[in-house]
Design a protein around this ligand. Structure first.
Ligand SMILES: [Zn+2]
Ligand SMILES: [Zn+2]
Length: 191
């Protein structure tokens, strides 16, 4: 097994076990501790892992349970969640595009990717390329003002013909939803 495979293995162990000592890792691979230190050096430099007192751990283990929205803390049982991947490699889950937009506006500089789903096809798309339909009559039963995401403008316009609302590009949608919420984190939900 080469350094790259060992690095992958170390990351997957850390994901399950949170913390590992160098001695333990060297025993598992049956290589010297020197080799392990060499293996983890790039992971430390890329800030994928942290040095802890007893060894190493993954960076930024989220305090928020992964099944709740990072922004409004509601349970994620929605069929159109949004994921934000930060430059540190942390994955955040948001309950719906509404919270995705607001969270993005909070931590914009740290965002590496923001991913949502096409409403009709349920395919994964980059939110930055998506069209956002605000204020349509179609109720997602999540946060207000709600945003529905589409991969294509044609689909967004067809949906708009049936259910009303206004279509926005990503940057405009971020500004618009932030402006309307004005710092209120309750997201207009009453449950
Ligand atoms: Zn939310
Ligand atoms: Zn929501």
């Amino acid at each position: 097994m080469g350094p790259t495979e060992r690095q992958k293995q170390i990351l997957s162990w850390l994901a399950e076990e949170e913390k590992l000592s160098i001695a333990e890792i060297s025993k598992r691979f049956n290589v010297s501790e020197m080799t392990i230190y060499r293996d983890i050096k790039p992971l430390l430099e890329e800030k994928k892992i942290n040095k802890t007192s007893g060894g190493i751990s993954l960076v930024n283990i989220s305090q928020v349970p992964p099944h709740s929205c990072t922004y409004c803390l509601k349970d994620i049982n929605h069929r159109h969640p949004v994921q934000i991947i930060t430059k540190q490699g942390k994955v955040e889950q948001l309950c719906c595009p509404h919270c995705g937009l607001l969270r993005y506006s909070d931590i914009e500089k740290q965002v590496s990717q923001i991913i949502c789903h096409d409403f009709l096809r349920n395919t994964t798309i980059s939110a930055k390329m998506a069209y956002f339909l605000l204020d349509s009559d179609f109720q997602l039963n999540c946060c207000q003002p709600q945003a529905i995401t589409f991969d294509s403008l044609i689909d967004a316009e067809r949906f708009q013909k049936g259910f009303g609302g206004t279509i926005w590009r990503f940057d405009e949608a971020v500004k618009e939803v932030s402006k309307r919420m004005n710092g209120d984190r309750s997201c207009g939900c009453h449950d």
